[in-house]
Write a protein that binds this ligand. Structure first.
Ligand code: FAD
Length: 305
């Protein structure tokens, strides 16, 4: 029996594990991927807003983060497949059948990129679907590209690609972009960027790599095809709460609802980081929530032991 099971080893889960160890709690951290770090592994630009640490990218940031975490003495299992979680009973069951009981559970499962669910989206991963303009823009220099989405991430990727690509077409569903004003102003100043509002991409086409996208404009009856060699998809994120859906109170987008100390509607079950924070998802917020949850659990356990 562990004192605490933490699900997810991004910044929130790692910080919680560090603090649980510091506070003398017997802790097991479970991560589905081979590597810890969560979204840090997909940050290819600088991380400059975590007080005291400046890093050129997420992996460099993770190295610094791991220096502290590596000294802590908690159990970490990676490549873990969770079959089910009984939050009331505080028990996680793995696909292997192994049951892991605990006194408290911390959910730190973060978010994943939302998908379009259109033909070509999966097939062309690594063959023209651009993972990150920051990382891949040299590869796509001189090529025509399409960016799908209307928020900050879509606008930022379009601007980065506009430095090296002859044409960048930004396709988004709504009438107006949701990106912050500094980005929208910069977009207007870029002659190679064309914005298609009230439009959707219905297919990504090609033989063995991306060759075109099919775009349907709101007022048109038929879609049209446009030749591009690269596509960036940035249509937002969604929380990883499927495992807990029937047991946790969630908001209408599926984010876990928590009280001020990050406790959910189930006693001694906490949800920290992006999975419960749609408004201000940051590394510092996730780390701070990990510390708070660990401290609350430690103070309760010290009172009951
Ligand atoms: C491109 C990009 C740039 C960013 N730039 C910045 C920045 O400059 N500054 C900043 O503060 N923030 C930035 N962020 C946001 C920041 O990365 C997140 O706020 C932070 O990573 C949230 O941490 P988290 O631990 O809550 O979730 P995540 O990082 O999403 O980690 C969740 C972890 O849980 C694991 N998991 C999920 N489901 C399960 C399961 N069923 N079983 C086991 N494990 C599971 C996942 O594999 C993952 O490792 C950026 C994000 C992106 C994508």
């Amino acid at each position: 029996m562990h004192d605490v099971l933490i699900i997810g080893a991004g910044p929130a889960g790692l910080s919680a594990a560090l603090w649980c160890d510091e506070l003398g709690l017997d802790t097991l951290l479970l991560e589905q991927n081979e590597q810890v770090g969560g979204q840090l592994l997909s940050i290819y630009g600088p991380v400059a807003d975590y007080p005291g640490v400046k890093a050129n990218n997420g992996r460099e940031f993770l190295e610094r983060f791991s220096e502290s975490v590596g000294e802590a003495d908690f159990d970490l299992w990676t490549n873990v497949e969770i079959e089910s979680v009984d939050l009331k009973a505080k028990r996680v069951t793995l696909r292997s059948g192994e049951a892991l009981p605990s006194i408290a559970i911390i959910i730190a499962t973060g978010v994943r990129r939302r998908q379009l669910g259109i033909p070509g989206e999966r097939e062309f991963v690594g063959h023209g679907i651009i993972e990150s303009a920051n990382r891949d823009r040299n590869e796509f220099a001189g090529k025509d590209v399409c960016v799908i989405g209307g928020g900050d991430a879509a606008a930022e990727n379009a601007l980065l690609l506009a430095d090296v690509c002859p044409t960048v077409t930004l396709v988004h569903r709504r009438k107006a972009l949701r990106a912050r004003p500094t980005f929208t102003q910069q977009l207007q100043g870029q002659h190679c960027i064309t914005v298609f509002p009230e439009s959707v991409v219905t297919r990504i086409l090609g033989s063995d790599k991306v060759e075109a996208v099919e775009i349907l404009r709101k007022d048109a009856l038929q879609p049209f095809q446009m030749a591009v060699q690269g596509v960036v998809i940035r249509i937002g994120v969604e929380p990883n709460t499927e495992l807990f859906r029937e047991q946790l109170q969630l908001d209408d987008q599926g984010y876990a609802l928590v009280a001020s100390q990050h406790e959910t509607n189930v006693a001694n079950v906490f949800a920290i980081g992006d999975v419960s924070n749609p408004l201000a998802p940051t590394i510092s917020g996730a780390s701070g929530a990990g510390a708070t949850a660990a401290k609350v659990i430690a103070s309760r356990l010290s009172g009951s032991r």
